[in-house]
Write a protein that binds this ligand. Structure first.
Ligand SMILES: [Zn+2]
Length: 597
């Protein structure tokens, strides 16, 4: 796609990164910062202006401008490209144009509606009761502003008139769901009336819908009215507050899931920022997919009414199958009925409750005993059933054994009886069906990394053009001196590029750094980039003499390792030859072995 090159050409990665995190100059056209993708105190996140790339030595991630925005915003490639295209003033080729523009109009209509509701709450005389309500709920102006909270007046057409005055068509109002079609004839009427309005944003902050809450609970009307499902709003695909919480979720590597919107709003008001609300106890696949962009650790706070309910735990099945680490938050009795109440009583109560969240098994165990009497046979049976159902899901036999033993003791039952009961419980499908994605990621982790000598020698070789030139002309290194396939691949590619006259000093970088050749494949380019970052970090301010000495030492280390590898290979072949009694082969291998040392 040409647009990608166009966008990259117009933007500077250092500027874009600086919009998100503070960066400091790190020499040689490099900039450093504390990594936004993992927790750290000293910066190991580097950005290179000459190469327009980034790399973190702490979490070993890196890439270009687009991958940075994707990770930072939790966006797909196309979304990141659109955001950057806008910044660069580049028009992207149309992409499912009609649907996209309909969605965009819906966002705009919702944005206008939010402004109308906000202005009404702030100024309208008929919003007096609403102002009293938000005050009673303890919402300050900053919080009202941050969440765009407003008020829909008691009227059938106040919003639709205001929107029409801004040129919004009835069709677009209907499409956004802020009005409904009149049943008694033509025209539309306002969907939300006499309600406190909470805008619902998608992960990028676009307003996709609203939740309207009645002012007093004793009315006969529905407590909440929501935007119906529209092209922009699907309840199952949204987590309330994620657009505001995502940065903190990534930094803390933990998402706190609550049930109510007010729990999110209250948490934010008191600076607990990694909190989002699901609209039900079961997290949907789409919601989990969104969360996975930022973390795989969840701490879940259930309504006290639902706590201990077996259905509540089943609602987590999908998350467990996708290998999320799940902990359950229990509010202490003095904290009140929900996180909003807790945080308003004392923010520390809520923070501690999050910190003290426990694993599912611990939580189930504790809950099974709650309000029950283990000495009563009927209760005993219920406790055992709840806990054994959960034990059945445990894959590890040792861990399972631990819980059975503990239960036998606490319940004053025989282990044998419990194990028999365990046999009788139908095996849940959980644990058997691991998400393929998670399995793939594990595989990736098992690929070994280059050893530190290989990394260092490559970096050393690329830090100054003069050094590279000398190394190439003296044939200082052979491909076989490297063990790791990536290191071998990069070295070979660099050698070929040098032979083809493609390697040159980088005119943009200070200190005669090497300009990456254009002929590198994507894999080599990636390793080249991390080597260059390593060079900038490790060899900053070194003299050419120092660099040469370092390279010599590094090369001799590689040679030693290579010899060791070859010895091991010969030894293995020798064992094989001995097993087969192949005397000629043994003699041949022996002479090879001797030649080595
Ligand atoms: Zn990092």
């Amino acid at each position: 796609m040409d647009a990608v090159a166009d966008i990259k050409g117009r933007l500077d990665i250092v500027d874009i990164v600086s919009e998100y995190i503070p960066v400091k100059p790190g020499g040689s056209g490099a900039f450093k910062a504390n990594c936004p993708f993992h927790q750290e105190r000293t910066p190991s996140f580097y950005v290179s202006r000459p190469r327009q790339t980034w790399h973190c030595f702490g979490c070993d991630q890196g890439g270009d401008l687009i991958s940075f925005v994707m990770k930072m915003e939790g966006m797909e490639f196309r979304e990141a490209l659109e955001l950057l295209a806008q910044k660069a003033g580049v028009t992207l080729p149309a992409f499912d144009g009609e649907k996209a523009s309909m969605k965009k109009r819906t966002h705009e209509v919702n944005e206008l509606a939010m402004k109308f509701f906000k202005a009404t709450l702030e100024r309208a005389p008929e919003a007096e009761a609403a102002r009293a309500y938000v005050k009673k709920r303890g919402l300050d102006d900053l919080t009202l502003d941050l969440f765009g909270i407003g008020f829909a007046p008691e009227s059938w057409d106040a919003l639709s008139k205001a929107l029409a005055a801004k040129g919004v068509s009835e069709q677009d109002m209907l499409q956004a769901g802020v009005v409904a079609k009149s049943e008694r004839g033509p025209g539309v009427y306002d969907r939300f009336r006499n309600r406190v309005m909470f805008p619902i944003a998608d992960v990028h902050g676009n307003i996709v819908g609203f939740t309207g809450r009645i002012l007093s609970d004793d009315k006969k009307e529905a407590k909440y009215v929501n935007t119906p499902e529209t092209s922009a709003y699907r309840k199952s695909a949204v987590l309330y507050g994620l657009d505001k919480a995502k940065g903190e979720i990534r930094r803390e590597d933990l998402a706190v899931i609550v049930e109510g919107n007010m729990d999110v709003v209250g948490s934010h008001q008191f600076s607990v920022l990694n909190v989002v609300a699901s609209s039900g106890t079961a997290l949907t696949a789409e919601q989990l997919g969104l969360l996975k962009r930022f973390t795989t650790n969840l701490a879940i706070a259930f309504d006290q009414d639902n706590a201990g309910n077996a259905a509540t735990i089943r609602g987590l099945d999908l998350a467990r199958a996708q290998d999320f680490n799940i902990k359950i938050i229990t509010l202490p009795p003095e904290a009140g009925k929900d996180p909003d109440e807790a945080v308003r009583k004392d923010p520390q109560l809520w923070r501690d409750a999050i910190k003290n969240a426990v694993g599912i098994m611990d939580w189930v165990y504790r809950n099974a005993f709650r309000n029950r009497h283990p000495e009563k046979p009927e209760d005993k049976k219920l406790i055992a059933r709840d806990i054994l159902t959960e034990i059945k899901r445990i894959v590890d036999p040792v861990e399972r054994d631990h819980w059975v033993k503990k239960l036998a003791k606490d319940l004053d039952a025989s282990e044998g009886a419990l194990r028999e009961a365990l046999q009788g419980i139908k095996k849940q499908e959980i644990g058997a069906s691991r998400a393929p994605e998670a399995a793939k990621e594990e595989e990736k982790e098992e690929v070994s990394k280059m050893n530190q000598f290989e990394e260092r020698v490559l970096a050393n070789l690329l830090v100054r053009f003069e050094l590279l030139k000398q190394g190439m002309e003296e044939e200082l290194l052979a491909v076989d001196d490297f063990e790791h396939p990536e290191a071998r691949g990069l070295y070979e590619a660099v050698r070929n590029a040098y032979a083809a006259g493609e390697m040159a000093p980088d005119p943009l970088a200070a200190g005669q750094a090497v300009r990456p050749p254009a002929s590198l494949g994507p894999v080599e380019a990636k390793i080249y980039d991390s080597s260059a970052f390593l060079a900038e970090r490790e060899f900053q301010g070194w003299t050419l003499e120092q660099l040469k000495r370092e390279l010599k030492t590094g090369v001799s280390q590689l040679r030693l390792q290579r010899k060791k590898r070859e010895r091991e290979r010969l030894e293995q072949q020798m064992r094989e030859a001995e097993r087969l009694g192949d005397q000629a082969r043994i003699a041949e291998l022996l002479s090879q072995f001797n030649a080595l040392t």
